[in-house]
Design a protein around this ligand. Structure first.
Ligand SMILES: [Zn+2]
Length: 168
């Protein structure tokens, strides 16, 4: 029985794990159960030590670790959860990548060029263009008048000059 007590001191074993290993080294099942029942082991503490041992090997998630302690080592759910609770997972798990929202970049809106579609009247004889209500426009039926809907810059680029009266 001293041997059993040494086992529990040296091994991070669950109750069932201890029984298994005692049986493996030659104790009868009854002896192993008796030893496990009477070794006054703190199974929670064993689970915590097992948990630490696992984390040395692999970065388990908490869920994985609990599952490993239960399925792999035979700890009870409560013991496994206690063992896992002693692990500071923040030291093991990579920090979750913060879901940074793309910073709302305040794109400086380029000043909208003064594109305004107006109706202009072009005197194809003089090369001047006017607002449609320019008082200098007479005889709108004259063939040298063309109406134009669009941007004054386009008219200028086409070689027309703004009227000096209506100042389009
Ligand atoms: Zn004019």
């Amino acid at each position: 029985m001293q041997k059993a007590l040494q086992f529990i001191e040296n091994l991070d074993k669950s109750y069932t794990g201890l029984i298994e290993i005692l049986e493996f080294v030659g104790y009868s099942h009854e002896e192993a159960v008796y030893a496990a029942d009477n070794c006054n082991a703190d199974w929670n503490q064993e689970a915590a030590e097992s948990a630490r041992g696992y984390m040395d090997v692999k970065d388990f998630s908490k869920e994985e670790l609990i599952k490993q302690l239960i399925d792999g080592d035979g700890y009870t759910k409560e013991q496994a959860e206690y063992g896992a609770s002693t692990i500071d997972f923040s030291n093991f798990e990579p920090a979750p990548i913060p879901q940074t929202e793309a910073p709302a970049v305040q794109v400086e809106q380029p000043a909208i060029p003064n594109v305004s579609s107006h109706e202009y009247w072009i005197n194809t004889d003089s090369g001047k263009f006017h607002y449609s209500d320019c008082r200098t426009i007479k005889n709108r039926e004259d063939p040298h008048w063309e109406t134009y809907h669009g941007d004054r810059a386009d008219l200028i680029s086409q070689g027309y000059d703004p009227c000096g009266v209506c100042d389009p």
